[in-house]
Design a protein. Structure first.
Length: 299
């Protein structure tokens, strides 16, 4: 098949076990469709860790006024996901060497880390955060393109698998060292004067929250003290914001093609010349720790 669409609750094997088996026997694009209870969200996101491309909420009842909208969203995602070439699973083998691109300097004392992803992002974020120590000294802002009503469950799922405190961002939250702030549903995540700033401004290129908004906002507030990370994802969201961040002297890291589920967002940023390092997902946390600990000097 071009695509498997399935629930997380099924007889014999649930969606997580089925995903694992499919990805071992015959890797195929998988779209998980589930309810939005925390248990179902946990199972759905764990399925993305096992190789599913995305999790969506079940469409509304055919009698609901929102049925057509949710049905069209499912159909649109199914068409898009069916075109994704699923290949390798991340392995424990020796990772490919990182690619070092020309760069002016390493920022001194990073003030914030801003990260964004789309397709394949939940598993990528989980890998990075799991590898960061409890003592990581920099706040982290995170935008993930995810189905409506999944953001809170996504934050809880991440928090249950890493040493850092993870929570859904609230307008006015003070950015605390080592805390992870996840963009809520349907609002832009930004920062101003060391505090979270949420915005209901119109979507940017179809996205709210938008990676472009996050990176541009963080660049305006932190300039060269920003570390920006773009991970796996379909489309080009983030490239404009990263170009702005790079021009402001920020350090920009992109996940490489070999470990990306979809090499779209990162590839566009690289193409725009807005990236300083391209590296496997396994190396990104180590690089963040290095940047947080070092004084500025040529690498």
């Amino acid at each position: 098949p071009d695509l498997v669409v399935m629930d997380v609750h099924m007889p014999v094997a649930d969606g997580l076990e089925a995903t694992k088996e499919i990805m071992i026997r015959a890797p195929t694009p998988i779209l998980i469709v589930s309810a939005v209870s925390q248990r179902d969200v946990d199972l759905s996101l764990s399925a993305t860790q096992a190789g599913a491309l995305m999790a969506l909420a079940k469409p509304a009842s055919p009698s609901s006024p929102h049925f057509e909208e949710s049905a069209q969203e499912l159909l649109s995602m199914a068409r898009a996901m069916s075109q994704v070439k699923v290949v390798r699973r991340w392995s424990a083998s020796v990772p490919a060497p990182r690619t070092l691109l020309p760069r002016r300097k390493i920022p001194r004392s990073p003030g914030v880390v801003a990260m964004a992803a789309s397709t394949g992002g939940p598993a990528a974020f989980r890998r990075v955060l799991m590898d960061l120590p409890r003592t990581f000294p920099v706040p982290i802002l995170l935008v993930q393109h995810i189905a409506r009503d999944f953001a809170a469950g996504f934050a809880e799922w991440l928090g249950g698998s890493c040493a850092l405190p993870v929570r859904l961002a609230r307008d006015g939250d003070r950015l605390e060292a080592g805390h992870v702030f996840v963009a809520p549903d349907d609002v832009h995540l930004g920062v101003r004067n060391g505090y979270v700033e949420l915005s209901a401004a119109p979507p940017i290129a179809g996205f709210r929250p938008s990676a472009n908004h996050l990176f541009a906002s963080a660049a305006d507030s932190y300039g060269a003290r920003l570390v920006a990370v773009i991970l796996t994802g379909m489309g080009t969201d983030g490239a404009d914001g990263l170009a702005r961040a790079h021009d402001a002297g920020a350090c920009v890291i992109a996940q490489d093609e070999a470990t990306s589920v979809v090499y779209g967002m990162a590839q566009e940023a690289v193409r725009r010349g807005a990236v300083d390092w391209v590296m496997p997902i396994e190396q990104i946390a180590t690089r963040l720790v290095e940047l947080a600990a070092r004084e500025a000097h040529a690498d």
